[in-house]
Design a protein around this ligand. Structure first.
Ligand SMILES: Cc1cc2nc3c(=O)[nH]c(=O)nc-3n(C[C@H](O)[C@H](O)[C@H](O)COP(=O)(O)OP(=O)(O)OC[C@H]3O[C@@H](n4cnc5c(N)ncnc54)[C@H](O)[C@@H]3O)c2cc1C
Length: 441
């Protein structure tokens, strides 16, 4: 039991210090009330049954980095082993919590959990302050601009946000408080677990290609923003799905985990574009960020967005069930070298290019195997470092021509599409080494 009352900041998909309004509110509140500040994160000990191991490694790295950054603010991260719904009610009592901050997350799992927790908090007299900070725009506001209707086209979405002012990202480093002290409770283990504790043998994983955390996210952002000409000339359709090193930013895992603020990315892009000739949405880099906002808005406004049944915008298609084909696709053993190379890259490295996602998603669904996009989305959820509830479901609906995009007859060739940008088959030979000695044809 703690003697000093506590203000909690509950980290979820906002694993960063920069542009974290909810965290700043918690720091201010702790200061004003002369309470302790305890930043917390809930980690389900069974997480490895729900989150793919590459993503789990990325998450643990992000937590480590967050802890280091919090220490610079004179506090640290308390990792609680268990589920928020089970642990928070007791924590409210034990730590004498009166104030809690967190960001608004839209995944139905969070929404449901929050309703339960808000109910308990009210009964226990804990004030909850939630902040919209995972997207550039407040997507609820965008929906209101459209009289509650979901904008179903990208252009419509752009027209709605045109007049919305985006507030500047906030800074935290100068809001240090003497009340942000590492906690005195020694009896419990609040450390960040390693993979071993979660019963994962690191030896089974490929070397880290994208290291998790805010520090790496900012480094990556700054690197790309320093390439001003590259940013201004960026056209997504002209980037390559099968280059050996990524042809796009790979900021997605950092944005998905909240290691990078979408708003900071937006502001940096504006800075680069300002006064220079640049490409435009939908193909520009700013346009990519707006795709994210578009899917977040749709995901917030449409019930059962990640399902076909009960989803009002999703065409109901009698997909077939074929476990053997699905397994072959997921393991990169279809016999189509380009498809297999992509799926193997995904499984090993946790990230593949957007157009590579197009290729394999089209192949699984309307293109070749006629298997439901929901099955593909589940495999992506397992393998992707950047897994994001609304982006994954929205893009899968697009690619399967179930919603947003309806030219179902425009199908990617599993042979010719890859050849356009990899005439020698270097990418295929890297990820499907069985074919290394075969002639390029
Ligand atoms: C079937 C399928 C599933 C997908 N699932 C996810 C997912 O779970 N999580 C995820 O982050 N992205 C997903 N995407 C979208 C997109 O492929 C990735 O965001 C992008 O490839 C990430 O690479 P990058 O950071 O280099 O992108 P860049 O081209 O550098 O773009 C910058 C940022 O813009 C956003 N962005 C780019 N493209 C899209 C897009 N089409 N839709 C929404 N936002 C976009 C991302 O946040 C990205 O980091 C999916 C796409 C498809 C076709």
């Amino acid at each position: 039991m703690s003697k000093t009352p506590t203000v909690i900041h509950w980290f979820r998909l906002d694993l960063r210090i920069h542009d974290n309004l909810a965290l700043r509110n918690a720091i201010n509140e702790a200061e004003n009330r002369k309470h302790l500040l305890r930043p917390i994160y809930f980690l389900d000990p069974n997480i490895k049954d729900k989150v793919g191991i590459n993503r789990l490694r990325f998450l643990l790295q992000s937590l480590e980095d967050l802890d280091n950054n919090l220490k610079k603010l004179n506090t640290c991260l308390y990792v609680l082993r268990g589920k928020a719904v089970d642990l928070l009610p007791k924590l409210f009592d034990d730590w004498q919590v009166k104030y809690l901050t967190c960001q608004v997350d839209i995944d139905p799992e969070f929404v449901q959990q929050d309703e339960y927790i808000e109910d308990i908090a009210e009964k226990k007299g804990v004030f909850i302050n939630k902040r919209v900070q995972h997207t550039v725009y407040d997507v609820h506001k965008v929906l209101r601009e459209n009289n509650g209707a979901v904008p179903l086209t990208y252009q419509k979405f752009l027209s709605l946000v045109k007049s919305i002012n985006v507030k500047e990202p906030i800074e935290i480093s100068n809001v240090l408080s003497s009340h942000c002290k590492p906690i005195d409770i020694q009896s419990e283990n609040y450390s960040i677990p390693n993979l071993k504790e979660l019963q994962i043998d690191e030896e089974t994983l490929a070397p880290v290609k994208y290291h998790g955390g805010e520090t790496e996210a900012l480094k990556r952002l700054n690197l790309y923003m320093s390439k001003k000409e590259w940013v201004c000339k960026f056209e997504k359709p002209n980037s390559s799905p099968n280059s050996i090193e990524p042809s796009t930013t790979v900021l997605s895992p950092y944005i998905s985990h909240g290691c990078l603020s979408a708003k900071l990315f937006y502001y940096k892009l504006k800075e680069v574009e300002n006064g220079r000739q640049h490409t435009l949405p939908p193909v520009s880099l700013m346009g990519q960020l707006m795709w994210r906002e578009f899917y977040y808005t749709a995901g917030t406004g449409v019930a059962n967005f990640d399902k076909m049944v009960g989803n009002a915008i999703c065409i109901q298609i009698p997909w077939t069930k074929n476990d053997a084909f699905l397994k072959a696709w997921a393991e990169g053993k279809t016999g189509y070298p380009f498809v297999d190379a992509i799926m193997r890259q995904l499984k090993q490295e946790g990230w593949i290019h957007h157009l590579a996602r197009h290729m394999v998603a089209c192949f699984l669904t309307r293109g070749d195997l006629w298997i439901s996009w929901e099955e593909g989305a589940k495999i992506f959820e397992d393998y992707l470092l950047d897994y994001d509830w609304s982006l994954n479901a929205g893009n899968w609906m697009w690619l399967s021509a179930s919603a947003f995009f309806y030219k179902y007859f425009r199908v990617y060739s599993p042979v010719a599409f890859g050849q356009k940008t990899d005439k020698e088959g270097v990418y295929i030979k890297k990820y499907v080494p069985e074919l290394k000695k075969y002639p390029r044809e």
